[in-house]
Design a protein around this ligand. Structure first.
Ligand SMILES: [Zn+2]
Length: 251
C-alpha cells in the first residue's frame, strides 16, 4: 500500500510503500522508484508506526548519501576499472582491434577484453560484461569446485555432477536434484569466503533436504553453526556486491 512520497535533494522522487508481513524482521529496500518498507504484523499500532518511521528515515538518508548504490543491480565493466574479485585485484583492459571476433582472458592482474572495431558503442557494454564474467568465472572455477568438493567430502558425500558459475539476478545458488548440478551466482565472487561457504553449504544441504524446512536448517547449522550471521550479511549486502562495496565484513 502506498503511504507517501519522498523527494531527494537530487530531484528524484520515490513512492513509499508499507507492507505488513508475517515475517519477524522489519526491512526496507529500494525497488526502482519505490521504497518498500516491510513491518512485521505482530508489531501493532504505535510500535509498528515507530519502526516504520525509523526505517524510512534510515533508508532516505542512505539514498541521499549513496544514490548509486540503489540503482538496479546489473554488473557492468569499463576500461581501466579496478576490481576486487575472489580476494584478488584486477584491472579491466579493453582493446578494440581489426579482428573478426571478441575474446577475454585473465592475464596476471589484468582482464584483457579484445573486441573487433566493428562493435558499436551501444553494444559494447553488454558484450564486455558477458566476456569479463566468463573470463573471471573460468579463473575462479577451480577455487569454487575445490571448495564444494572439500565441504562435500567432509560433511555430505553427495553426488555432484557439475558446477557452474552464472551471472543470474535472482538466486545466490541452486541445486538440481534431477541433474545433480550446483550453480553459484557470479556476484558471490565479490563476497567474503565465509559467505561463499554458506551458499555452498546451503546448496549441498539441498542434496539431503529439498525444502527449506526446520530439518533443512538443522543440516546447514550442523556444518556452519553461525550460518544465520552469514545469511544476514548476504541479505544486507547482497544487492551491493560488485558495486564497490569492498570493505564489508561478516558481522
Ligand atoms: Zn535453498
Amino acid at each position: 500500500m502506498q503511504v507517501g512520497e519522498v523527494s531527494l535533494s537530487n530531484g528524484r522522487t520515490y513512492r513509499i510503500e508499507r507492507l505488513d508481513t508475517g515475517t519477524r524482521t522489519a526491512s526496507a529496500k529500494v525497488d526502482g522508484d519505490t521504497i518498500v518498507i516491510k513491518i512485521p504484523r505482530m508489531l501493532r499500532g504505535e510500535a509498528g508506526g515507530r519502526m516504520f518511521a525509523r526505517l524510512k528515515q534510515r533508508i532516505v538518508s542512505a539514498l541521499e548519501a549513496h544514490p548509486e548504490r540503489f540503482e538496479k543491480h546489473t554488473l557492468t565493466f569499463h576500461d581501466s576499472e579496478e576490481l576486487m574479485v575472489g580476494g584478488r585485484h584486477f584491472v579491466v583492459r579493453i582493446e578494440q582491434r581489426d579482428r573478426p571476433y571478441s575474446s577475454a582472458k585473465v592475464d596476471g592482474e589484468e582482464v584483457v577484453v579484445r573486441l573487433p572495431v566493428s562493435v558499436e558503442d551501444s553494444d559494447k557494454e553488454g558484450i564486455v560484461t558477458r566476456l569479463v564474467v566468463r573470463a573471471l568465472s573460468r579463473e575462479f572455477m577451480p577455487t569454487i569446485t575445490g571448495r564444494i568438493d572439500e565441504i562435500n567430502r567432509l560433511h555430505f558425500n553427495s553426488e555432484i555432477s557439475n558446477v557452474t558459475i552464472r551471472n543470474n539476478t535472482s538466486r545466490w545458488g541452486s541445486y538440481s536434484r534431477k541433474s545433480k548440478k550446483i550453480s553459484i551466482n557470479f556476484k558471490l565472487l565479490y563476497a567474503p569466503a565465509e559467505v561463499i561457504d554458506y551458499v555452498i553449504v546451503h546448496e549441498l544441504s539441498h542434496t539431503r533436504v529439498t525444502s527449506h524446512s526446520a530439518r533443512f536448517w538443522r543440516v546447514v547449522e550442523g556444518v556452519i553453526p553461525d550460518y544465520k550471521e552469514r545469511r544476514k550479511w548476504l541479505r544486507k549486502n547482497g544487492d551491493f556486491l560488485g558495486k564497490g562495496n569492498r570493505t564489508a565484513t561478516v558481522s
